[in-house]
Design a protein around this ligand. Sequence first.
Ligand code: ZN
Length: 107
Amino acid sequence: MDIEALKQGLSAIAAILGMLKQAKDLLPDGKNKEEIADQVEKAERQMQTAEIQIAKILGHEICTNHWPSGIMLSADKKHWKCPMCGNEIKPQKPQSTKHPASGIEIL
Ligand SMILES: [Zn+2]
């Protein structure tokens, strides 16, 4: 699977959805407007789910404190931070930093 192409496709769809949302506001109130609003909302939720799936494939940690789930960011792939709520995953410290037989630091 070409992840980059998938990401680009998703952001193109996101841009179209954004435009649809704005265009919908120009419509006169009525059944059609409600239907379009419903469909756009559904598509947005599906987009968010797809984005989270891709983030997982790319190795991101996911913050599940809220919906849509946050795609956590990391500079070193050890220390993760959720940009939405500030939730953090810190690297776990190893139990012992010394080699049991030799006593040499192995960290
Ligand atoms: Zn979060």
